[in-house]
Design a protein around this ligand. Structure first.
Ligand code: SF4
Length: 890
């Protein structure tokens, strides 16, 4: 009798993507993969995962991984031992510091790092090197919220918790496409609306998926949030909706702030004119806010990514302070954090203008942290924030840089200039998970292989201040090591071994927790010192915990963490955008995320399922602007700003505001040609937070035409010629690409052979005079590669050819379809993927609705299962149902 098969237990860990911080159960399969489910016990998600979290198992392979330390010799990288790599990093940093001083070196970190990685990097730079040049990609994400919190509350504190979204009667989402960017939280909000009748107001220049569940949508003019919320403050005062006792007893700065609000927003018609919103809609919003005590205002990148982001945050907080709606159930301002551990990074001071454990650069803080660390060289002043840091590198002022876990050659504003800056470094160290991306292409001198999600061990903190464990469930592959280990080893080699004794993430966590309570008399809200004595076993078993440890919300007692314990009203500056539009750049370029990709796609780009939602990089254009520029839907356009140009697929939509464009941030040179949006973005920054204005760069758009379009499906990623437009798309067991070209048809057969091979299995159909070509490589009955080129958009063949590639064998009809392009129902192009969980495409939903006059989202779910798992596609389903209903009415 066979022994019963042993199944390894599921490991409780945390999703590596957004700041919701969902709990994940990972069950390793023993072959390098794992089955992934939501953790029903995790209080952030109670078992649910969005489309990205659900597809995590598709991103665990080693095919793209960096597995060994590498050193650059000339133009090539060569494998070296860890000792050699770490010695070079330590000696290189030491030499430059001795020669040029500590401010000649810097670290650039990531909200993807674990708190323990962040802690040791911050300690080394600020306590032992003697510079505060430690910044992070969180600067691009939520720095304005940090600055706004510190101005208003005296500390970087999100006062509320997720339960407030279940209990609120009015939820205002401003500058937040939560339906796509924080899907699990958004589903909680929608559930509240369904169960309790909570109202939802969405304020956004774009009609996003989040608007599908809104009771009121305010398509505000870019940059005018401060006008709208200043008007709200004056309305609250004029309608006697403020909490006068709270204002008098628990706040400061009210009179000055109200006076400024009256200047910025003197009357409803003036607010309507500046915000370009209908006056009656503004009035409705103000009335709802005034009469609804349990109101939560959620804000995200649409507020933060602005040259006035901090003022916008404070304009929102002002309204909550005026009504006393803060720190109590169902109410408060709520910053939704973008990255999985932006909050953890903030707790350890991973920003150039913070020290550690929520301390700043006041003399007492510097002294306190220095004593706690036994620091040999405490930084005495703030360091360079991300944008000025890379400017300083370009000017040769900063000569050595260690980048950890981020892709600044794609994500920073003026990404082209960032690349040039990186190439000027005397010492460029990069710790990375992947062997190639756009930043790796900038020529690091030392490349260090980092452990990835599933291999790392430590903690992350989500948007509601909840610390969760990321646990290892896969072995570290080959020579990959945690980032904290690399920093510790370098610190020891630089002569600081005593201060860096760490053997594990648990050691670091204990020290971090102890620092949070060191000489903390309550002046700092962040205090997890009761966790400083956790044993290794207790750290391993740590359940998600929220800080402060005593209660779920802060400021519920009306006491803040300012010196006088009062919340501060902050008068904002008059609303304006940093850069003006002009004849050359008459439009505004807004940038953001799509539902199924994360950052620069180094992980989500590996999932075929996630690649089906938005196959190609695109720009959304209002029909009026498309007409004016001569653009056609599904054609191509060149989007140009003062900083660069991209070529993107055009999506004409009245969901886009006239005069503005929207393009996603995800594609890079590694995944597409001419689609790196960061290159186009202005480097204008907020004076308080240093956060760039990523959503309003003056831009121009013009059509681009290609004579031919094609696709290639192959074993290995196909190479393209300069000037060709391509997008790579993940395929199970291979690589696919859509492309556009002007290459002469005579060249196509030779090109196809380069891509898919010229062996005996090659079958072709070529009508080169008619500009139609197909080639297929067959291994017995299996399709192992194919190329299709012609005058029509090739994505219409995508479903046919990927279906045949995935098939175990081809029938005679399949072979005819392969070369003729003729399709039957089973292989017809079904359009973009709508439901990633059940692979339901747009055309299937359209067919269902065409046969069901009373089709609803629920009926689609019952018939096709779409929307019944993670719920990420529910807003799109609602939009499709509404469009079909509207079309039938017409
Ligand atoms: Fe991950 Fe989605 Fe949860 Fe965000 S909402 S943490 S991406 S599963």
């Amino acid at each position: 009798m066979n022994a019963p098969q042993q199944h390894p237990p599921a490991v409780r860990t945390t999703c590596p993507y957004c700041g919701v911080g969902c709990g994940v159960l990972a069950k390793p399969d023993g072959m390098g993969g794992a089955a992934i489910e939501g953790d029903p016990q995790h209080p952030a998600n109670f078992g649910r995962l969005c489309s990205k979290g659900s597809a995590l198992s598709e991103t665990l392979g080693l095919s793209t991984r960096l597995l060994h330390p590498m050193q650059r010799h000339g133009d090539t990288l060569a494998r070296v031992t860890w000792d050699a790599a770490l010695d070079q990093v330590a000696s290189g940093f030491k030499q430059i510091i001795e020669r040029d001083g500590p401010d000649a070196v810097a670290f650039y970190l990531s909200g993807q790092l674990l708190t323990e990685d962040y802690y040791v990097a911050n300690k080394l730079m600020k306590g032992f090197i003697g510079s505060a040049n430690v910044d992070t990609n969180s600067r691009l994400c939520m720095a304005s919220s940090v600055a706004g919190h510190r101005r208003a509350f005296g500390g970087d504190v999100v006062p509320g918790c997720y339960a407030d979204l279940d209990e609120a009667d009015l939820i205002v989402l401003t500058g937040s496409n939560a339906a796509w960017c924080h899907p699990i939280l958004f589903q909680r909000i929608v559930a509240n609306r369904r169960a309790r009748g909570a109202r939802i107001v969405v304020i956004d220049p774009r009609r996003t998926a989040t608007c599908e569940d809104a009771d009121l949508f305010l398509p505000i003019a870019p940059g005018m949030d401060t006008v709208l919320f200043s008007g709200l403050l004056t309305h609250l005062v004029d309608s006697s909706a403020i909490d006068a006792d709270f204002v008098a007893g628990n706040t400061s700065g009210f009179a000055e702030t109200l006076a400024r609000a009256r200047e910025i927003a003197p009357a409803l018609d003036a607010i309507a004119e500046r915000t370009e919103l209908p006056a009656q809609h503004i009035a409705a919003f103000y009335k709802w806010f005034a009469e609804t005590e349990k109101t939560v205002t959620c804000y995200s990148q649409g507020v933060n990514q602005s040259a006035q982001g901090t003022d916008k945050v404070n304009a929102i907080i002002n309204c909550h302070l005026a009504t006393g709606r803060i720190g109590r159930p169902g109410m408060g301002p709520f910053s939704l954090t973008g990255q999985p551990n932006a909050m953890g990074g903030r707790e350890v001071g991973g920003l150039a203008n913070q020290l550690a454990a929520h301390m700043g650069f006041l003399p007492d803080d510097i002294d306190r942290v220095g004593r706690f660390w036994n620091a040999t060289a405490m930084a005495k002043q703030e360091g360079l924030k991300a944008v000025p840091l890379f400017d300083a590198i370009a000017r040769g002022k900063v000569k050595a840089l260690w980048v950890m876990g981020t892709n600044p050659a794609v994500s920073l504003p003026r990404a082209g200039a960032v690349r040039e800056a990186l190439r000027k470094l005397e010492l460029f160290v990069l710790s990375e998970v992947v062997a190639s991306n756009d930043t790796v292409a900038c020529g690091p001198h030392v490349l260090l292989p980092a452990t990835a999600w599933g291999e790392k061990d430590g903690t992350v903190t989500n948007s509601e201040r909840r610390i969760s464990r990321q646990r290892r469930f896969l072995p570290a592959p080959s020579e990959a090591r945690p980032d904290w280990w690399m920093v510790t080893e370098v610190a020891r080699r630089m002569g600081f071994a005593q201060a860096f004794p760490y053997r594990s993430a648990a050691d670091i966590f204990r020290e971090h927790a102890a620092l949070s309570g060191f000489e903390n008399d309550g002046a700092r809200a962040f205090d997890i010192s009761d966790l400083a004595t956790l044993s290794d076993e207790a750290f391993d078993a740590l359940d998600p915990v929220q800080w402060p440890r005593s209660r779920a919300r802060l400021f519920d007692d009306g006491h803040f963490v300012t010196p006088d314990r009062k919340g501060r009203f902050v008068p904002p500056e008059p609303a304006a955008l940093a850069d003006k539009v002009c004849d050359a750049f008459p439009l505004r370029l807004n940038t953001g995320r799509v539902r199924d990709q994360w950052h620069t796609m180094t992980r989500t780009g590996l999932s075929p399922r996630l690649g089906g939602h938005c196959r190609e990089p695109f720009v959304i254009v209002h029909p009026r602007d498309a007409d004016a520029a001569g653009l056609i839907d599904a054609g191509y356009a060149r989007v140009t700003t003062a900083h660069g140009a991209c070529v993107l697929k055009v999506a004409v939509s009245d969901q886009q505001r006239p005069g503005s464009l929207f393009a996603p941030i995800h594609w890079s040179d590694a995944t597409a040609a001419h689609a790196r949006i960061g290159e186009l973005v202005t480097d204008a920054t907020d004076p308080w937070s240093g956060q760039p204005e990523s959503k309003a760069t003056p831009a121009a758009i013009a059509p681009v035409t290609y004579r031919f379009h094609g696709l290639v499906l192959a074993d290995t990623p196909p190479a393209f010629e300069a000037g060709e437009l391509f997008t790579r798309i993940a395929l199970k067991g291979g690589s696919g690409a859509l492309f556009a070209t002007d290459a002469s048809p005579e060249t196509w057969p030779a090109q196809a052979r380069k891509w898919i091979g010229a062996d005996a299995g090659l079958a072709e159909y070529a009508d080169l005079a008619g500009s139609s070509y197909r080639a297929a490589r067959l291994d017995h009955d299996r399709l192992t590669g194919c190329v299709a080129i012609g005058p029509e958009p090739a994505d219409t063949f995508w479903d046919l050819l990927t279906t045949l590639m995935a098939a175990d064998g081809l029938t005679a009809a399949d072979r005819r379809a392969l070369l003729s392009g003729a399709r039957d129902d089973a292989t017809a192009d079904l359009g973009p993927l709508v439901c990633a969980c059940f692979a339901v495409r747009r055309a299937t939903i359209g067919d269902f609705l065409a046969g069901n006059a009373t089709g609803t989202v629920e009926a689609i779910g019952r018939a096709l299962k779409a929307g019944t798992n993670c719920g990420s596609c529910l807003p799109e389903l609602k939009r499709i149902v509404a469009h079909v209903a509207a079309a039938e009415t017409v």
